[in-house]
Design a protein around this ligand. Structure first.
Ligand code: ADP
Length: 338
């Protein structure tokens, strides 16, 4: 009973069947995973209650070959993916089979995200590189002789190299936040000073784009618990986006205030806005609402992913409120310094 008690409470799903594939034992994790009740299972043919032909195949194969059989089993009703190991046992009453299932749903999902990320990165790096090659080729194949076009081509090469370098910088930044969150120095910072310097850094670009950029500081000094560089990156990315996705004549505001015991940074624009279905996804890496348009305004698609990670590292919170065609408001809360 002691041993069964241990098996019963194990995280991994455990199923034991006899040579005729009748259930001798099924622990709580397995009942849960395979969606069967104790009474429905014990003593009966396993496949009467466990409806998984793939699991059945694995167990049957283990019993008939006498070897260990492994395989992945999808449980569509539970929306889980498990890895099953079935080994043959010599039980008192004859041969049997012990199947152990590990839930690999999250693992496989993470692996998929990583694979997609690598493929996205390669694609994003390839695009500017391809145009650099094309412009350089054109220059070599006669373009150099034509002074007007050669200047244009070299300008394009510089533009695309800058894009490439921005992308690599953002990738490194993201990698650093993820792999060494402890490298961040969370300390008491002057929120007003950091916000106002971020605001000043964007005045020129706002002026060029004919966008009215405003800063609303709080009435009094505000100190925040943050990594100063990280906070600058957050505000710079949000302001750059707000300006990028707002048409000439629009307005972008940065407002700083105390909200309970947290400092609230609000970046609001009267720009193109983000439709509901994209709102949660814009924080994903390389997710762009409008691929063609954002390429032309020069974003890397990583800005908001970086912002979200930084906010998490600093134990803050971020929200987005937006209305298509009306504008967007990003709010970031960070703890106030005591
Ligand atoms: P990008 O470098 O493309 O701007 P981000 O991660 O910063 O990448 O943003 C992801 C996407 O979210 C953008 O491509 C854009 O479609 C959308 N977006 C971000 N900020 C705004 C905003 N202020 N207004 C409208 N759309 C925005």
């Amino acid at each position: 009973a002691g041993f069964e008690g241990v098996l019963e409470t194990m995280q991994e799903a455990v199923l034991v069947v006899d040579s005729r594939e009748r259930v001798l034992f099924i622990n709580s994790a397995a009942r849960d995973l395979f969606d069967v009740s104790q009474s429905a299972a014990s003593g009966k043919l396993a496949w009467e209650s466990i409806r998984s032909s793939r699991l059945q195949e694995i167990v049957t194969q283990a019993l008939s070959t006498g070897t260990t059989v492994r395989g992945e089993v999808e449980l569509p009703r539970r929306k889980r993916l498990v890895e099953v190991s079935a080994v043959v046992l010599n039980l008192a009453a004859g041969p049997g089979c012990l199947a152990v299932a590990y839930d690999v749903t999250d693992l496989r999902r993470l692996e998929k995200i990583r694979r997609e990320f690598v493929s996205n990165v390669s694609h994003e790096l390839k695009t500017p590189l391809t145009s650099i090659q094309a412009y350089a080729d054109t220059l070599l194949n006669g373009g150099l002789e034509d002074e007007g076009s050669s200047r244009l081509f070299v300008e394009r090469i510089v533009e695309q190299s800058e894009r490439l370098s921005m992308l690599i910088q953002d990738l490194l930044r993201l990698a650093r936040i993820e792999s060494e969150p402890e490298a961040f120095q969370i300390e008491r910072c002057d929120a007003v000073q950091i916000a106002s310097s971020s605001f000043l850094d964007h005045q020129n670009i706002a002026l060029t784009r004919q966008i009215q950029l405003e800063f609303h500081p709080p009435a009094r000094q505000l100190e925040v618990l943050a990594d100063a560089d990280g906070l600058r990156t957050i505000l710079n990315n949000l302001l750059a986006n707000a300006i990028n996705y707002t048409l000439a004549g629009g307005r972008v505001t940065l407002t700083l205030s105390l909200d309970g015991d947290r400092v609230l940074f609000e970046v609001s624009d009267t720009g193109v806005g983000i439709a509901k279905e994209h709102q949660s996804r814009v924080f994903e890496r390389f997710y762009r609402v409008d691929k063609a348009r954002t390429r032309s305004v020069g974003g890397t698609g990583l800005g908001l992913a970086i912002v979200r990670h930084l906010v998490e590292v600093m134990q803050g919170e971020i929200t987005l409120k937006s209305e298509l065609g009306e504008g967007s408001t990003f709010r970031v809360w960070l703890p106030q310094a005591p």
